[in-house]
Design a binder for this molecule. Structure first.
Ligand code: SF4
Ligand code: SF4
Ligand code: SF4
Ligand code: FES
Length: 948
């Protein structure tokens, strides 16, 4: 029996609230109504054989292995499709059943290769287990007749193979693709003996619609669908439960190990965010952790023209500390600062912001949330009182109408997208507000009711128009507003929203959308029992990002859609721990728990604990740091796991700032674009080595457990601690658990959190304190965290970035499923199979008028710079809009983006850039420089894959 296989109860849990009493093989049992006999037996440790059933899928009843006898009933019902009834007497083991099951198994085995000893699934094969369980000893039919034993193996997918000779046509893979993933890429073709599993229209997995989520591989009870890593390395012998280090869904995984080698990542069934599902990144794209590009020795250099020199940890830390102190001695306390990483654990982030506030003695700390969801923090805190989303992911299963704004969940939050699609297939309605036709607008078995394909930069007028209809057509939930909200602010907002410029007819002109669609969408959301809003960076990365977040909160409050399951305003946060990095005090104006540095009482608490006097004034935000660097006033930076040179807007300005600094310390897995400007490189740890916690988009604190020691010798919090000590601040943690204890002691929303608690109960959603000892899945139930919900007037102030004759198109950006952010991890995996380079999507009309041809090189020019990339001609974008991803450094997407940013938080306006597109014959000058720099650094910019 496989040592690491997760328990399978055969069919999903019964949904009936009541219990029934049954007798199984003479033993009394009480189970939930609606439970199948198969599950009822397994819950009571009676293993009825099964093949086509598994507890992540609806019962199917095809294999006939699970037959049972029920007293008073004729025949032998399939236990997977027969629900328990009160008083039922069930027999699972009789001579007749044994014979029937053996006969069925005999038929399967007669058409199955008998190579168990050399099969990669040996020890983890349900067919093998069942043959043993039913006592099959020989096969009467022989193996000479017609069979499938010579069927070819499809190895087209880089991560798994399909060996049709081993298929028992149980359909688990097909159902997993349909029910769990929602892609519908697989079918059973043919009938009877001819039936076979087919990806697409017999295309092979790679060319089909398959998105490589791996759900089918996980569901397969045989070696038919099998991870290539298992084929290569064999079955695992131990496992550790941890959390995915890619996106903000925060999927739990069982890391399966053979010795010290990872051989498989299996989504963890008890993971509250993913319930046993995953996407291609989390399940398969972990090879970067052992990629040969990984730097494992600290390095230093006097200036950036010199080659790197490997040194000891002691020398690197002492060197960094000396240079930081020299800068401060010469230019003052505030001339240096630090950046925390949303890829790192809460504990690692907490220590970095503490290091800046204590050892550097200023508040110059910021995080990548500055460039993504800082408007979420501002907008939701202002209106509702908390800088975070309101719901657990599971809440979507209670929603009737969901609005998805400026987010592309199937690409960026794939596991949650599968859950959304499940709810949509059950009948919920969808409104998509996005300039581009994202997959959710139309894909297998789902279609959005309305797609409002607005012009980039016009979110605010669109949300105002929706609110205008809701107010003017009497769709406001007056009782809710009266009981829960600040009425003065509501009246002011109502007056603003009823202004003629906010009517759908006027907004239609501004946003280039249809007024009737706006009205219909508003009525749909306003009339829903439960209406929910999900949004992403297409909301926040605008000069009106904070206004739009507040606009959505206004809409939800006005319709009473906050404070219960199925509703809410939910940011789909990008990075694995961007929520956590904000919670941990990574902003220059806030200490952990979102408390302002100017609050004497709060500061006093930290001062007592940390033994220093804290600066009551906010420090620099990232853009301020760059501006001050260009002015020669900010000259040193400690950057934990972020590639500022690639991810921040207006690359020319960022590079000028970085070039001006006297000491840049980069702590990361790989040399990246920012390290080209660095003087010290401190190697970091991958998620497989980290010990700590990540907090996902639903405020869920999940454990991250090490499966191997830190490959470069130190946990990242130890590196920061050493640096603090070298700078003269005494920091002495024994473990990351001790850091969490300090976080809990100083952060009210984390008061009850500890590693022990998380190990005991799995995960918890903050606030988790005396008032909510088991955490808070849904926020604002009785009242808003700020008391009364505050309506904020959301007048539309258009961006300064305008199209004109020279730059007539609007560029907007986004992500693709297989790659992740700046690609540092995914570009070092086989995920390059799907997306080797960023391309520019252009509408056929715009392509034709410019002579742009599909697949050919084009120049993309803005007021800030120009780059070249390949064009893809598609109607996914509307005329006047072009779109690209930003996963490859060579693309330099941020060379063209502007310095405009959100008025409240400085979040850059990545989503709106006026550009021109033209056919090109050679690379841009920036890209030539990039290539030369990459060569000088001795770095292959898109390295070949090594999944050793
Ligand atoms: S990997 Fe996922 S998308 Fe592809 S066929 Fe399997 S279940 Fe479907
Ligand atoms: S590939 Fe596996 S899961 Fe799919 S039908 Fe064949 S045996 Fe069943
Ligand atoms: S959805 Fe996000 S957290 Fe889950 S496996 Fe994919 S990348 Fe990881
Ligand atoms: S497990 Fe019940 S019919 Fe297959």
């Amino acid at each position: 029996m496989n040592k690491v296989r997760q328990k399978d109860l055969g069919t999903p849990a019964g949904t009936g609230g009541e219990t029934v009493s049954v007798e199984i093989d003479g033993m009394p049992a009480t189970v939930n109504a609606g439970t199948s006999i198969l599950r009822a037996a397994r819950e009571n440790d009676v293993d009825i054989p099964k093949l086509c059933a598994t507890d992540s899928l609806k019962p199917f009843g095809s294999c006939r292995m699970c037959l049972v006898e029920v007293e008073g009933r004729k025949g032998y019902p399939a236990s997977c499709t027969t629900p328990v009834e009160d008083g039922m007497k069930i027999r699972t083991q009789t001579d007749a059943l044994a014979k029937l099951r053996r006969n069925v198994m005999e038929l399967y085995i007669s058409d199955h290769p008998l190579d168990c000893l050399t099969c990669s699934a040996n020890g983890d094969c349900e067919l093998q287990d069942m043959a043993g369980a039913v006592g099959l000893r020989d096969v009467r039919y022989g193996f000479d007749g017609e069979n499938h034993l010579q069927a070819p193996i499809d190895t087209s997918n880089p991560y798994f193979q399909f060996d049709a000779s081993k298929c028992i046509v149980c359909s688990r893979c097909v159902r997993a693709c349909d029910e769990v993933q929602g892609t519908f890429a697989l079918t059973i073709q043919g009938r009877g003996f001819q039936s076979k599993v087919s990806a697409g229209i017999d295309e092979g997995f790679l060319d089909s619609e398959c998105v490589s989520c791996g759900a089918c591989v996980q569901a397969c009870p045989t070696a038919t669908l099998m991870e290539k890593s298992i084929v290569d390395h064999g079955q695992p012998d131990r496992s550790v439960v941890t959390t995915c280090a890619y996106c903000g869904v925060g999927c739990s995984f069982q890391v399966e190990m053979k010795g010290d080698q990872v051989v498989r990542m299996t989504p963890y069934k008890d993971g509250e965010a993913n319930h046993g599902h995953s996407c291609v990144k989390g399940r398969f794209a972990w090879g970067y952790a052992s990629h040969r590009d990984r730097v494992l020795k600290p390095m230093i250099r006097e200036n950036t023209n010199e080659p790197w020199r490997e040194v000891s940890w002691e020398e690197a830390i002492a060197y960094a500390a000396r240079r930081f102190k020299e800068i401060q001695d010469k230019h003052g306390r505030k001339s240096i600062g630090g950046i925390t990483s949303s890829r790192c654990t809460n504990e690692e982030v907490y220590v970095v912001q503490k290091f800046v506030r204590t050892a550097m003695a200023n508040n110059n700390v910021d995080t990548c949330a500055r460039v993504c969801h800082s408007p979420t923090g501002y907008g939701l805190k202002t209106t509702l009182g908390t800088s975070a989303g309101t719901q657990p992911f599971d809440s979507v299963m209670d929603t009737d109408v969901m609005i998805v704004i400026g987010a592309n969940p199937t690409a960026a939050h794939p596991v949650f997208a599968s859950q959304m699609k499940r709810r949509l297939r059950e009948g919920a309605k969808l409104i998509v507000i996005d300039p581009r036709e994202i997959d959710l607008v139309r894909s297998a078995h789902i279609a959005a009711e309305h797609h409002i394909s607005l012009s980039p930069g016009t979110n605010v007028p669109v949300v105002n128009a929706l609110a205008h209809v809701i107010v003017s057509e009497g769709l406001v939930d007056e009782d809710y507003v009266h009981d829960r909200c600040d009425l003065e602010s509501f009246d002011a907002w109502k007056t603003m929203i009823l202004k003629p410029e906010n009517s759908p007819e006027e907004v239609a002109k501004v946003a280039a959308v249809d007024a009737e669609t706006l009205r219909a969408a508003a009525r749909l959301y306003g009339g829903a029992n439960n209406g929910s809003i999900y949004y992403g960076l297409g909301v926040t990365e605008h000069s009106q990002g904070s206004t739009m977040v507040m606009g959505m909160a206004n809409l939800a409050m006005a319709t009473g859609n906050l404070g219960r399951s199925g509703v809410g305003v939910n940011p789909l946060r990008g990075q694995n721990n961007v929520q956590g990095s904000c919670d941990m005090g990574s902003f220059p104006h806030e200490l952990p728990g979102y408390r302002h540095v100017s609050e004497d009482r709060v500061r006093a608490q930290f001062e007592e604990h940390w033994g220093v006097t804290l600066d009551p004034k906010p420090g620099f935000r990232i853009p301020n740091m760059f501006d001050a660097a260009c002015a020669g006033e900010f000259l040193g930076m400690y950057i934990q796991g972020e590639d500022l040179a690639q991810s921040d807007p207006n690359t020319h300005h960022v590079e000028a700032a970085l070039s001006n600094m006297e000491c840049i310390v980069v702590q990361d897995l790989f040399l990246n674009e920012t390290s080209k400007f660095a003087h010290v490189f401190l190697p970091g740890t991958s998620f497989l080595e980290k010990d700590g916690t990540f907090t996902n988009a639903e405020r869920r604190i999940n454990r991250v457990r090490p499966v191997m020691p830190a490959q470069q010798g130190k946990q990242e919090w130890q590196i920061t601690q050493d640096l603090a000590q070298a700078m003269g601040y005494e920091m002495h943690y024994e473990s990351s658990a001790a850091i969490m204890d300090e976080i809990a002691a100083l952060t009210p929303s984390f008061q009850n959190v500890s590693f022990k608690m998380l190990d005991d109960i799995g995960s918890v959603q903050w606030p988790c304190n005396e008032a909510a000892p088991k955490g808070t899945p849904i926020m604002h139930i009785e009242q808003f965290v700020r008391g009364k919900g505050l309506f904020v007037e959301t007048d539309y102030v258009p961006t300064e970035e305008k199209t004109n004759r020279k730059f007539p198109l609007l560029l907007t950006t986004g992500r693709i499923l297989s790659q992740y952010n700046v690609g540092a991890q995914t570009r070092r995996t086989e995920n390059n199979t799907w997306h080797a380079e960023d391309v520019l999507e252009v509408h056929p009309h715009d392509a034709e008028t410019r002579g742009v041809r599909d697949g050919e090189l084009v120049s993309l020019t803005s007021r800030k710079g120009d780059i070249t990339l390949r064009a893809t001609i598609t109607t996914r974008v509307k005329p006047g809009v072009v779109y690209t991803t930003f996963h490859n450094p060579e693309t330099g997407a941020n060379v063209v983006t502007t310095e405009y940013s959100d008025w409240a938080t400085n979040c850059p306006e990545y989503k709106v850039t006026a550009v021109q597109v033209a056919p090109a014959s050679h690379r841009s000058s920036w890209q030539e420089t990039f290539a030369k720099r990459a060569e000088a650094q001795g770095k292959v910019s898109t390295p070949p894959v090594d999944l050793a």
